[in-house]
Design a protein around this ligand. Structure first.
Ligand SMILES: Nc1ncnc2c1ncn2[C@@H]1O[C@H](COP(=O)(O)OS(=O)(=O)O)[C@@H](OP(=O)(O)O)[C@H]1O
Ligand SMILES: [Mg+2]
Ligand SMILES: [Mg+2]
Ligand SMILES: [Mg+2]
Length: 392
């Protein structure tokens, strides 16, 4: 039987950050609840509710609503003076005069979600938030990060493209102190019941509805994974929302990385979009180290979750030259993999540096995360040769 501890916090109770971790897990559970409702309505409606940002990437009411909700919860529970947050979204688009409908939808979504706070063991607001309070909660996430003090890094919806396509996405929240990630929480609302389904892009929902009777509680769909630095443990909770009977306190089971060391048996994952990572470079690298399986292409930080859960062994991302990785796209995933027993570095073998502000400055070429040191060593050892023979 699998070990189960109440929340997995029993060993952490006297430890630093236990209150922050507890609140962060609840906030991410709520965010997942919010996202599931928005994703359902996005997919069932024909009207497009997806906006394009300046860099042409998508943003939806879920991105803003999660940012507002998590910001509000952290401020209410920890005190707004103690909370600094760096996050992906801002209020620029929402504040435009022609965005009144969009803002209204965000305010409604936030209030609908916050009204459910007691199910997550949190206090709901006394009265519904008005639009100025929602905008304020979003724009309060204006920390610039850096080497000193404590701040949260939030990606309200990571893999927005996967989200709008009805596929994988994640909610990512990390606490960074003096440049080091100390807590990571990753919500993966569509994490499938069977790891094979991770790669069924687009068809995912059809498969689920065909194979899962509508009455099924589908316990294993979706999870929240979290870890505290130095604990040597990573924990996973089922999602609260699909289960009317599930209320706080939730249960947690430990997760561990895979023990596979043989590249021929290992699965590597990478971004779905070629624009986000060079598929041809990783194919060459995979070939040279003897990774024989097809790459598992998954949107978002669900890739980090897959490594931490032992469902894949390697994650590689090599963005185009000039692209600077943002800290909120990696912080939570990195600490979760490390505490679950894995290794994460840049392509030169150095740890990722979360102390330089919004970006992972100084990142050497790409990111390589592995279930174990041996696999990691092999891949790092092969990067230079592949790099020199590629045109990246
Ligand atoms: N050009 C480019 N190169 C590399 N990375 C980029 C690029 N553009 C965006 N992003 C960031 O990638 C985040 C999603 O990364 P993924 O690894 O999940 O990629 S993919 O969606 O599977 O293709 C995505 O996160 P979200 O915006 O939160 O979805 C972006 O921060
Ligand atoms: Mg992201
Ligand atoms: Mg995002
Ligand atoms: Mg985005």
């Amino acid at each position: 039987m699998e070990e189960t501890k109440d929340m997995g916090f029993s060993t952490l109770e006297p430890e630093k950050y236990s209150k922050e971790l507890d609140i962060a897990v609840r906030a991410v559970q709520m965010a997942c609840f919010l996202c599931q409702k928005v994703q359902e309505s996005l997919i069932s409606k024909t009207a497009s509710q997806v906006q394009a940002k300046d860099d042409n990437s998508p943003v939806t009411i879920a991105d803003w609503s999660v940012q507002a909700t998590v910001s509000w919860i952290l401020s209410e529970t920890l005190g707004s003076r103690n909370v600094a947050i760096i996050a992906e979204e801002d209020v620029q688009t929402l504040s435009k005069t022609d965005s009144a409908g969009l803002l209204e939808a965000v305010v409604q979504t936030v209030n609908d979600c916050l009204a459910e706070a007691p199910r997550f063991g949190l206090k709901a607001p006394g009265t519904s938030l008005g639009s100025s309070e929602v905008l304020e909660a979003i724009s309060r996430c204006n920390s610039t990060g850096g080497p000193n003090g404590r701040f949260w890094a939030l990606d309200p919806v990571d893999g927005t493209l996967g989200f709008v396509r009805g596929d994988q996405y994640a909610v990512a929240l990390a606490l960074i102190e003096d440049g080091e990630v100390v807590l990571g929480v990753l919500g993966c609302p569509n994490y499938p019941m069977r790891k094979e389904w991770l790669s069924y892009h687009h068809r995912y929902h059809r498969i689920i509805s065909k194979l899962t009777p509508p009455t099924s509680e589908s316990w294993d769909k979706g999870c929240v994974i979290y870890a505290r630095r130095g604990s040597g443990e990573a924990w996973m909770q089922p999602l609260i929302q699909g289960h009317k009977k599930l209320v706080w306190p939730n249960s947690a089971t430990p997760v561990k990385v895979s023990t596979i060391e043989n590249p021929a048996l290992a699965t590597f994952c990478e971004p779905v979009e070629k624009a986000n990572s060079s598929h041809s470079f990783t194919a060459g690298l995979a070939h040279s180290v003897g990774l024989r399986k097809q790459p598992l292409r998954v949107y978002s930080m669900v890739k980090y979750a897959a490594i931490a859960r032992g469902d894949a062994e390697v994650f590689m991302k090599f963005a185009r030259a000039g692209y600077k990785e943002k800290i909120w796209d990696h912080a939570a995933g990195v600490i979760i993999i490390q505490e679950a027993g894995g290794v994460v570095t840049d392509a030169g073998g150095c740890p990722l540096d979360f102390s330089k502000g919004m970006y992972l400055e100084g990142l050497d070429r790409g990111i390589i995360a592995c279930a174990g040191g041996k696999l990691h060593e092999k891949i790092i050892g092969a990067v230079d040769a592949s790099w020199n023979s590629s045109s990246l």
